[in-house]
Design a protein around this ligand. Structure first.
Ligand SMILES: Cc1cc2nc3c(=O)[nH]c(=O)nc-3n(C[C@H](O)[C@H](O)[C@H](O)COP(=O)(O)OP(=O)(O)OC[C@H]3O[C@@H](n4cnc5c(N)ncnc54)[C@H](O)[C@@H]3O)c2cc1C
Length: 703
C-alpha cells in the first residue's frame, strides 16, 4: 500500500456523492477517484427533505443500509471482486462502523457547503438521478450552489435516460449509444488500497459535519418518516451489491430458463423472475452491466444452438423477453425525466376530471384495498404478500391498480403513496407512468380492466397463493377458493369460516368491521374465522368504469391530446409490447400525426409564398416538438381558422387535393371546436357553447 502524506489544510478535495448507486462495479465516479491521486470524501446522505416524502418506508432505508455496509466492507477490505461473498453483512448491520464512507443525516446542499467551508471542494462526482419532484429540486439547488462556487459537478449517466431530450424519436439511438460505451472497470485491490489512504479523515482532519453517522441509522430513528412507516418488512429481499450479484448469477445460471412462461403467476414469478428490481432501483447493480452480461449469455446460447439445433431450450426466448424489460425500464424513466409533473398530473389531461368528483373517493374501499380485505381473495392475497415481502410480479401489480382504479373508482394519486411504500423497488420513473397506464389516464394505451376473479383462477388455480397469504381461507375447498362468498352457509360452518362480518350484516358493515384490524390479523367470532364478502360487484363496477373512460376517450379533444402524449412519450416500437407503451392503441392518431406533419410543411411553404417568404411565427411554433409547447398549442394552430391558404392557390395534385379536403374538414372541425370549452376546474370538455357552468363538476365557467 502506498502511503500518501496527510492532507494539508486547504488542499482541494474531490467528493463522490453516492445516491442511488451504492456499488463498486460500473461506477464512473468511484473509478475516477480510484484512478486519480486526489484526496477525497465518499459521501452518503440520509436527506431529511427526501426522507419526508410520503413514498418512503423503513424497508427502503433498511435495504439502502445493507448496501452501504456491503460497499463499506468491500472498500475497507479492498475486496473489489463483484462475485465476492460478504458474510459479515449477515450480522447486525447497525453494529457496523463506517470505515470509508462518510455518512451524515443532513441535507445535500447544506453538507456540501459545510465541507467546502472547511476544505475546498475541487469537484463533485455523482450519478444523474431521474426521480420525483423533490429530488429534482434538490439536484437543482446543488447545481445552483456549485455554479455559484464555481465547483464542477460531474453527473454521470447510469440509466441511459437523456436529460433534456428534445425528440422522443432520438431516445433509442441515445440509449443504444449509452449501452455501447464500455462498462466502467471495477477498481482493483491496489487502487482501493491507495484510495483508502487518500480518504479525508473527517474528525482526524478537524472537519465537523452536522448529523455525522458512524453506523447506519435505523429507520425507527428517522423522525422525517411518518411513525407508522418507520418499520421493516419481515420477508423482504436484502440489499447490497453482493446480494445483487448472487441474484443475477442464479438468474442467469438456472432461475431464468423459464422466465417467459413463469412471470405471469405470483407463484412461479417469485423464482423465475430476475428479482433484480430493488437492486436496480437503489443502484446496487448497474443496468448496463446486467444488459451486457445477459447479452454475452445470449451469444453463448446462440452458439450452442447452432451446434445442436434440435435440442429444445427455453433460454433464448426467456432472455430476449428479460432484455426487453430491461429496456422498458429506461423507456419509462425517460417519461418522468422529460415530464416530472407526471408524478402529480394526468399524462393526458382530458382524464383529469375522472375519479375526482366530490363523491368519488370512498375511504372504506380505500382502506379495505390497502389492507387486503376487499373480499376478493386473489386481490387480498396480492396485497398482503406485498405487505410481507415488498415485492409482487408485474401482472399482479397491474391487477391491484386496475381493481383500485376501475372497480373501486379510486384516483391513482390516492393509491400512489401506499404502493410506493410497499414496493421495495419503488422507482418513481416506472411507478407513476405505470400507475397512469393501468388507470387508463395516459391517452395512448389500451384500457386494461382486469377480471380479478378470472386472474385468480388462471394464475393461482388451486389457491396456493391465496391460502398462503389469506390464511382465513386455508380450509376453504378449492372450488370456492376464488369466490368464497358463494359457499353455502352449511359449508362455511364446516370449514370454520364465515364470509361477511360474522353477524349476518351487510357489506358496508363488514368493511367497517375489518377496517379497524391489522392487515394480517385473522379475525374471529366466537366459533369462526371471518373473511369479508366482496365489497363491490365486480362486473357492474367494471362496466360502469369502462363506460366513463370510453366516453372521454371517444372525444375528439381527447384524441388530439393523446397525439401530443404519443409524440412526447410513446414507444416507437412498431409491434408494441404488452407492458410497454402501445402505439397500436393510437393507430388513428398516429396516422393523423403523419398527415399533420405533411400539412405543416405545406402550410409553411404556402404561407411563405403568400407572405413573400416572411416567416409565420405561429406556424414556426407549430413545428416545435411536443415537449416544448405548454399545451396542445401546435394542434390548436393546425385547426385554427387563421390558415392563410386559399383553395385557389393550391395545386390540384391528388396528394394536395386530399390534404386540402382534410384541411377543410379540419376547419369545419375547428368551427365546431370553437363552441366547445374546457372547464378550468376539472378540464372536462363542455359542448354547450352558452353553458355557464361545467356539466361535469358544476364549476362556474371562467372563460
Ligand atoms: C403499477 C405498477 C408499478 C410498478 N412500479 C415499479 C417500481 O416502482 N419499480 C420497478 O422496478 N418496477 C415497477 N413496476 C414494474 C414491474 O412490476 C417490476 O419491475 C417487476 O415486477 C420487478 O420484478 P423483477 O425484477 O423480477 O422483474 P423482471 O421481470 O425480471 O424484469 C427485469 C427488470 O426489468 C424492469 N422491468 C420489468 N418490467 C417492467 C415494466 N413493466 N416497466 C418498466 N420496467 C420493467 C425492472 O427493472 C426489472 O427489475 C411496476 C409495475 C406496475 C404495474
Amino acid at each position: 500500500m502506498s502511503k500518501q502524506p496527510p492532507a494539508a489544510a486547504g488542499t482541494p478535495i474531490d467528493v463522490v456523492w453516492l445516491k442511488k448507486d451504492v456499488r463498486l462495479h460500473d461506477h464512473g465516479p468511484l473509478l475516477s477517484i480510484a484512478q486519480s491521486n486526489r484526496q477525497c470524501i465518499i459521501l452518503y446522505l440520509y436527506e431529511p427533505d427526501q426522507l419526508s416524502e410520503k413514498t418512503v418506508h423503513g424497508s427502503h432505508v433498511a435495504f439502502v443500509n445493507e448496501g452501504l455496509v456491503d460497499l463499506d466492507l468491500r472498500l475497507s477490505s479492498g475486496n473489489s471482486e463483484p462475485t465476492a461473498t460478504n458474510s459479515d453483512i449477515q450480522g447486525d448491520i447497525y453494529e457496523h462502523k463506517f470505515q470509508c464512507i462518510t455518512v451524515c443525516h443532513a441535507g445535500a446542499a447544506f453538507t456540501l457547503r459545510s465541507i467546502h467551508k472547511q476544505r475546498p471542494i475541487n469537484q463533485i462526482l455523482c450519478h444523474m438521478e431521474s426521480s420525483h419532484l423533490k429530488s429534482f429540486a434538490r439536484d437543482k439547488a446543488v447545481r445552483r450552489w456549485c455554479r455559484h462556487e464555481q465547483i464542477p459537478i460531474r453527473e454521470m449517466n447510469q440509466t441511459g435516460v437523456t436529460r433534456c431530450l428534445s425528440d422522443r424519436d432520438d431516445f433509442t439511438t441515445k440509449f443504444n449509444k449509452f449501452l455501447g460505451q464500455p462498462i466502467h472497470a471495477t477498481p482493483t485491490k491496489m487502487q482501493l488500497d491507495e484510495l483508502r489512504a487518500r480518504l479525508v479523515k473527517i474528525e482526524g482532519d478537524g472537519i465537523e459535519l452536522h448529523g455525522r453517522c458512524h453506523s447506519p441509522m435505523k429507520p425507527s430513528d428517522m423522525q422525517e418518516i411518518a411513525s407508522e412507516f418507520r418499520c421493516d418488512r419481515v420477508q423482504r429481499q436484502h440489499g447490497g451489491e453482493t446480494k445483487a450479484m448472487e441474484y443475477f448469477r442464479s438468474f442467469l445460471s438456472s432461475r431464468g430458463a423459464n422466465y417467459s412462461t413463469g412471470i405471469s403467476s405470483p407463484n412461479s414469478s417469485w423464482t423465475t423472475g430476475s428479482r433484480l428490481s430493488p437492486y436496480l432501483t437503489w443502484g446496487h447493480i448497474s443496468l448496463r452491466y446486467v444488459i451486457v452480461i445477459t447479452k454475452q449469455k445470449q451469444e453463448e446460447l446462440r452458439a450452442t444452438k447452432k451446434k445442436a439445433p434440435s435440442t429444445p431450450s427455453p433460454w433464448l426466448r426467456s432472455l430476449a423477453s428479460f432484455q426487453s424489460r430491461m429496456h422498458w425500464r429506461s423507456h419509462f424513466i425517460q417519461k418522468l425525466e422529460s415530464q416530472p409533473s407526471l408524478e402529480k398530473q394526468d399524462q393526458c389531461l382530458a382524464f383529469s376530471h375522472l375519479r375526482r368528483q366530490p363523491d368519488d373517493f370512498n375511504e372504506k374501499y380505500f382502506e379495505a384495498w390497502c389492507q387486503g380485505r376487499t373480499g376478493f381473495p386473489f386481490v387480498d392475497a396480492c396485497m398482503r404478500s406485498l405487505i410481507h415481502t415488498g415485492w409482487l410480479n408485474f401482472r399482479m401489480r397491474a391487477m391491484l391498480v386496475s381493481f383500485a382504479t376501475y372497480n373501486l373508482w379510486l384516483d391513482w394519486k390516492k393509491i400512489a403513496g401506499h404502493l410506493a411504500r410497499l414496493f421495495l423497488d419503488y422507482e418513481p420513473g416506472i411507478h407513476y407512468p405505470q400507475l397512469q397506464m393501468q388507470a387508463g389516464t395516459t391517452g395512448i394505451n389500451a384500457m386494461r380492466v382486469y377480471n380479478v376473479t378470472k386472474q385468480g383462477k388462471d394464475q393461482d388455480p388451486s389457491g396456493v397463493f391465496i391460502k398462503k397469504y389469506v390464511p382465513e381461507l386455508a380450509t376453504v375447498p378449492d372450488e370456492y377458493i376464488h369466490e368464497p362468498h358463494k359457499m353455502p352457509a352449511s359449508l362455511q360452518k364446516k370449514c370454520g369460516v364465515v364470509i361477511g362480518d360474522g353477524k349476518g350484516g351487510n357489506e358496508k358493515k363488514s368493511i367497517g368491521f375489518f377496517q379497524t384490524q391489522q392487515s394480517t390479523t385473522i379475525l374471529s367470532t366466537k366459533e369462526c374465522i371471518c373473511y369479508p364478502s366482496p365489497i363491490v360487484d365486480e362486473k357492474i363496477t367494471a362496466k360502469s368504469a369502462k363506460d366513463k373512460l370510453s366516453a372521454v376517450r371517444k372525444q375528439d379533444s381527447t384524441k388530439r391530446e393523446a397525439e401530443q402524449v404519443y409524440l412526447k412519450h410513446g414507444s416507437r416500437r412498431t409491434n408494441g409490447d404488452r407492458d410497454g407503451a402501445k402505439p397500436k392503441a393510437l393507430n388513428s392518431a398516429s396516422k393523423r400525426i403523419k398527415v399533420d406533419n405533411a400539412q405543416q410543411s405545406l402550410m409553411k411553404s404556402w404561407s411563405q409564398s403568400q407572405n413573400g417568404g416572411a416567416s409565420n411565427e405561429k406556424q414556426e411554433q407549430a413545428k416545435l416538438p411536443a415537449g416544448q409547447t405548454s399545451d396542445c398549442s401546435d394542434m390548436k394552430l393546425l385547426h385554427s381558422t387563421e390558415n392563410p391558404v386559399s383553395a385557389s392557390s393550391v395545386s390540384k395534385s391528388p396528394l394536395i387535393t386530399s390534404l386540402f379536403s382534410k384541411q377543410n374538414n379540419a376547419n369545419k372541425h375547428a368551427e365546431q371546436k370553437k363552441k366547445e370549452w374546457n372547464c378550468k376546474t376539472c378540464t372536462f370538455l363542455n359542448d354547450k357553447p352558452l353553458g355557464l357552468v361545467c356539466t361535469m363538476c358544476g364549476s362556474v365557467r371562467a372563460n
